[in-house]
Design a protein around this ligand. Sequence first.
Ligand code: GDP
Length: 553
Amino acid sequence: MTSTPTTDHSTSGATPGAAARHKDVVREAARRRTFAVISHPDAGKSTLTEALALHAQVITEAGAVHGKAGRRSTVSDWMEMEKERGISITSAALQFSYDGHVVNLVDTPGHSDFSEDTYRVLSAVDAAVMLVDAAKGLEPQTLKLFRVCKARGIPVITVINKWDRPGLDALTLMEEIQEKIKLVPTPLTWPVGIAGDFRGVLDRRSGDYIAYTRTAGGATRAPEARMGGDAAAAQVGDVWHAAVEESELLSSDGADHDQDLFLSGFTTPVLFASAISNFGVSAVLETLVELAPPAVPFRHGPEDSEGRPLEVRDVTAPFSAFVFKVQAGMDTNHRDRVAFARVCSGVFERGMIATHAQTGRPFATKYAQAIFGRERAVIDTAYPGDIIGLVNAMALKIGDTIYVDEPVSFPPIATFAPEHFAVATAKDSGRFKQFRRGIDQLDGEGVVQVLRSDLRGQQSPVLAAVGPMQFEVAQARMESEFGAPVRLEPLSYTQARRTDAASAPELARVRGVEVMERNDGTLLALLPDKWRVTVIERDHPELTLEPLIAGDR
Ligand code: GDP
């Protein structure tokens, strides 16, 4: 179970025939589970990630992951463990095997200022685990990401965490999910005992009781014991009966799991957990393996009336992959740039020459790696659902496609509407060349969006961000990496809407509104506030003023 999934396949060393290869891909894609954990900061994402790895028997000593010295030591422990146990952990994805499946947990940034990065990760996964803090319920970032999943049809498994502490009532939390995100919660487990006086959970499908036993400091393995209903009643009495009653109430309310409704994004299975004490974590893995979809084929080509691409690249088609993240400067000794790509179809074999769909140029994959901090491991083979790090991929941008044999180009990732804007100028006008190169690089990596207009000229592009911390990152990197310190002068816009060439001149005449162009050719109208958007929509219904992501207003 702890062998390296990337080499754990039957084709090593042999050149299988086409039929065997087809079977190989079908089998490997079917056992992949590629997902991201999304949550508001502090809900326990890091704790859950570490606990998942523990339960996958990648890490057997809880002490190693809950080390007192803090996260930094945890990270280095993982690097050692990566070598020891042959698992691959990258800063983009953690891969481990569980119950005959290969699980790819794709990393998302913790801070809400980088929610656009999280959004891009969601374009590369087949399912999401939504982590909710039992005491806080649905928080702003949770809501935003939940809506993105719903809009994109990504099945979501909800985990209510920190149930060991006082928190909201379980039924209240279910109502909140239903009301605020219009997803019907279908709890798979139901808490026995209220938050803070947590006894365990009722496994609603088997009727079993899974007792939670507090162990000192959340020691080595999961403090869980499974027993039947009678034993549960004898052990905890009233609270068991109350849980059973509530569960029956849920059933009569239609809150039972239905696989089709879950996969089509109407319902969300819910689990109750205490990640810090490893309770409910194996249920998360079991749910992923049992209910989450395998590597899902990617769509492309012309769109239907709802904006859904009509063609499907089957997982058994020749190799193709989709770039969802680009990162430079990971290795300070080399000026490198790594493109992280999700394998969409076929088998990836290191050394293969693919075609970069956007330029038509060949792309050599000699340097494919699994990357984690400064630690790198070579990836030789990867299957649909897997994440590969392509080193020295100078030409690859976010949203790009690489393929072999049969051409394909997956649709680009839509961008969030930026809410913060600032004019950037080089502090040292003699370093304009470096300034320009740096700004283009940050644009290509999606660190910030870069907007230009004839009015402002090339010397002073506008940087646009979803969260202000993106500016800090851009400023720091412009100085340290490109030797071109920038001055940022904030603009008072808070809204951006997509417009078109026909509407642009009229919009630009409205006081307080400016129209700028993004490097993908999109024209953006920048507006001071929502009120101004409403007024223009009312007074000039003929003008194009659309949200950047459908439903994102
Ligand atoms: P992240 O920001 O989402 O990655 O959250 P962390 O994993 O860093 O957790 C935030 C804080 O919540 C830390 O102090 C954790 O120890 C704590 N925490 C995480 N999970 C639980 C849990 O199940 N119960 C309790 N009581 N605390 C938790």
